[in-house]
Design a binder for this molecule. Structure first.
Ligand code: ATP
Ligand code: MG
Length: 462
């Protein structure tokens, strides 16, 4: 790959030129150059410059700048309706808390700025006059698919332990391997992750599990990083499952289930669904606590779905995910062993319970999970799940009623027909919905009232 392949967007080129015309050096730097070198679309373009923040603000004017992070040397510049971060070349002072540099010092050259960056692939810069600026041979590591710390890996991870998670994340996103001395240093400094805020750990984990190579990246090095940030998964490591459904321990099975989701990732994007991925990661974390071994030596995991759901909730709350995300993932984990019976009644019932989107997620989750079982278990699952998916589609195409709001009559209709308002009305509507779901009556007002009358007559006679 040569630097001719790097193409700066016109707005970035214009910002670099304006800074250069004012006597400063300016480059595009970091992730955007990595992505260009790799031939991937860059999603944000960061600019580095020798100009001081005040100079940047003055050159572009108050109307076109936002003093975003002056303490870090960053000014946001508006150009062609887009925002770009322009950061003065800097190096970091000491990191006495393993999290934030105690001070930020401006430096004169881009080379000094690149020296503070995390990985060689992220420590490249570019402008038209200098071409690719790559003192750590990041381009070579891009070609080889290697994540390697800039300089001394022990120093890098001691300064900022978040870089341990960033290494795993870039491995997951890019399908790269972490170079061995970098990997060994990551293991040595795992305990420093305690200095990192739970939100930031949660954010990195989310980016990792939704990436195309999540399982491989999480499993590398015996999975020590994910086992450190999630001790519940550590307990799954080596937890044997001696029964006819499994051929892997709980941790290995979890990773295989996650890898199955990645297989589909290449197809529709929805397979990267964060809810499904996170649910796959956590679906069996209750197994170590639920394990019993019978007299024949076979392992059982009774009620493990609900134990897993409780533990998943703890993990997700600890990592500060939003309530809506936690609720959705926990519901998937709790339901991950639901039976799919290929009948319309079952489809409607599950639609009523979970809603369309969540039921589709549950199907994906179950498929990925079951593909990580023995062939025998998979065949059993498939013989129900495949026809179930077809029946489900049929039910959806027919727009059958599967929730109260789809019912052809509502509370007002019942009141108009002389029923008394009150809690029993909800019960009545639910029993009507159940009758529609099980095809005891049609979803139209005449049929529904006729059904009600029939039930009342039967009750009176009883
Ligand atoms: P992406 O934006 O695709 O997630 P990125 O590499 O652009 O990846 P950012 O977090 O946007 O990552 O950071 C931009 C650049 O800043 C990185 O490429 C890297 O050079 C540097 N950087 C970011 N975070 C750190 C860190 N914790 N330690 C050292 N350098 C970092
Ligand atoms: Mg970025």
């Amino acid at each position: 790959m040569t630097s001719e392949k790097i193409k700066l967007p016109p707005a970035v080129q214009a910002i670099l030129e304006t800074l250069q015309e004012n006597g400063h050096e300016a480059v595009a730097v970091g992730g955007c150059i990595r992505d260009q070198v790799l031939g991937r679309p860059a999603h944000d373009w960061d600019i580095g410059t020798s100009a001081l923040p005040e100079e940047v603000a003055q050159i572009f004017g108050a109307n076109n700048t936002i003093p975003t992070g002056l303490q870090h040397g960053t000014v946001t510049v508006k150009k062609d309706g887009e925002l770009f971060e322009v950061t003065t070349y800097r190096c970091d002072g000491d990191y006495s808390d393993g999290r934030h540099p105690d001070s930020v010092q401006y430096v004169r050259t881009i080379e000094e700025d690149l020296a503070r960056r995390d990985f060689t692939i992220n420590a490249m810069a570019y402008n038209e006059s200098r071409g690719l600026i790559d003192p750590y041979d990041g381009r070579h590591d891009c070609e080889k698919g290697i994540i390697r710390a800039v300089g001394d890996p022990d120093a890098r991870f001691t300064e900022d332990a978040l870089r341990i998670l960033r290494a795993v994340r870039f491995a997951a996103v890019l399908g790269f391997a972490v170079e061995s001395t970098t990997k060994a240093a990551m293991q040595r400094h795992l305990d420093k992750l305690q200095n990192i805020s739970r939100e930031r750990i949660g954010a990195e984990l989310y980016k990792t599990v939704t990436a195309p190579h999540a399982a491989e990246a999480l499993q590398a090095g015996q999975g020590t990083v994910i086992r450190y940030i999630c001790p519940e998964l550590d307990a799954c490591y080596g937890c044997a499952q001696n029964n006819r459904y499994h051929y892997l321990d709980v941790f290995g099975h979890t990773m295989q289930a996650l890898a199955n989701a990645e297989h589909y990732h290449r197809f529709p994007d929805e397979w990267a669904d964060g809810y499904v991925r996170m649910a796959l990661l956590l679906h069996d974390i209750g197994k170590p606590d639920s394990k019993t071994t019978d007299e024949n030596g076979y392992d059982h995991f009774y009620s493990h779905a609900s134990v897993s759901a409780q533990k998943a909730e703890q993990v997700l709350r600890r990592l500060r995910y939003s309530n809506a995300f936690v609720d959705t993932v926990v519901e998937l984990v709790a339901a991950h062993d639901v039976e799919f019976v290929p009948t319309k009644a079952c489809a409607r019932r599950l639609l009523n319970k979970f809603g369309v989107d969540q039921l589709h997620r549950l199907l994906k989750l179950r498929e990925c999970d079951n593909r990580a079982h023995t062939l025998e278990a998979w065949a059993r699952f498939e013989s129900n799940a495949v026809p179930f998916a077809a029946v489900l589609q049929q039910v959806l195409d027919e727009e059958s009623a599967f929730s109260l709001k789809d019912l052809a009559i509502n509370g007002k209709d019942l009141i108009a027909a002389g029923y008394k308002p009150g809690p029993q009305m909800g019960k009545l509507l639910n029993s009507l919905l159940d009758a529609v779901i099980t095809e005891q009556c049609k979803n139209d007002p005449v049929d529904l009232f006729a059904y009600l009358n029939r039930c009342e007559t039967e009750e009176n006679m009883a």
